[in-house]
Design a protein. Sequence first.
Lengths: 235, 235
Amino acid sequence: MAAPIPIDAEMLADVALLAALPRAVREEAAALARARPLPRGLRVFDQGERAGRAHALLSGCVRITQSGSDGEEILVRFIGPGEIFGCVPVLTDGLYPADATTMVDSLELSWDPADLLALMERHSQLAINMVAIVGKRLGEAQERLRELATQSAERRVARTLLRLLDQAGRRTGDGVRIDFPLRRKDIADIAGTTLHTVSRFVAGWERQGLLATRHHHVIIRSPDELRVLAEESPG
Amino acid sequence: MAAPIPIDAEMLADVALLAALPRAVREEAAALARARPLPRGLRVFDQGERAGRAHALLSGCVRITQSGSDGEEILVRFIGPGEIFGCVPVLTDGLYPADATTMVDSLELSWDPADLLALMERHSQLAINMVAIVGKRLGEAQERLRELATQSAERRVARTLLRLLDQAGRRTGDGVRIDFPLRRKDIADIAGTTLHTVSRFVAGWERQGLLATRHHHVIIRSPDELRVLAEESPG
DNA sequence: CGAGGAATTTGCGCTGGATCAAACTTCTCC
DNA sequence: GGAGAAGTTTGATCCAGCGCAAATTCCTCG
């Protein structure tokens, strides 16, 4: 067992859940947290498993997927630096509702469920922040639901890329790069279609010079053109 | 203007958000709440509107719908007695994310956003309850997302009915009745399909004696057979 | 740098379910 | 109780995109 990684309140300033709180609260949270490096490809927790820890990501990227009894799965969301994951079951039935897997080497903080709960009881602002975070995700899920029910696959793929751009876009020489390793299957699992269909559209856009992929990373050269595709009225 | 409806802490005991709290908190919440009867068909609030009140339903039924810029809409959920609605924006951007319309004559309580926020600040358990409620809805939304992306229309319609049965089922003489007025279009807007497709399946099931509809109400005679349809492995 | 494997592209046929259209039934309200 | 409106059923047609399969390219790692 390696020596525990020291945690200071500074590290917590980047976690959205705690960002706007008084420093004293962050120190309290820091004292209870455990830091841990996560190698790429690690299954952080499994769907249905009893929630052993509540998590926050400091760096890297975690993929949250949900699968049904039939094995079909969707990609619920990517967790980027500063975001929390696996925290809701602490307050509900105690079972993780999805799988979590690191996509790159990452660093996380985590809390014992009881500690986090106690912390939220002492500091209502913490719980209120959490409602805001979960509420925002609920809104996003409902928007995706509407898109999936009413829009064409092409628009959904375009919107998926735009949304990822928002979440993890980073300017580079010739466009904006999505900072997650992203393969066609991932895009398909978010947009609710197949990797074949995604490939057709993306390859087309790539030919038009609208975007490029290298090393499993997507670089959008022209977000505006993509936005046009995403908004186009019919189907 | 009619005289205000008197509110006592007893009424709040049926509201899930406040149910498990000390009586003193419920009394505090009661003092700040406003009760209001809502006639059938009333638009309680509009998507995009600034959140003027946070709501809880005491009796009746409210339909929450979300529509996109193109006019396409989905039915996000039904709110039944004891459930809250329009409360999340109090803690986020202050804009209602969806429309809310009463489906029958109803009775609601509502709070001023600032009052509810202050109440949650004083009583962290209230905020914690809210995380649990919103988290549960998030889980449901993600499950629907997966179903919509991976399952056949028939299964989705069957599951939709089963889910409504769970939420608002009431035993009657010859089966379990869903306590909301429900037309084909509503089912379609939840299941993510068209009223024609819903009609085909439901009419078939009705012929098999699996369920019945009268006065825009669905009565499931054989939940088990429906469950089989919902679980059936392929597509 | 090169071999092996993983991911992507692309062609083709097929079908679930959307769309269009029309008859029919059920509710609502006078 | 009856007229009109609203909701439902059912048929016919059509196509977006899924499933399968094979070729090709890209990435990884020794």
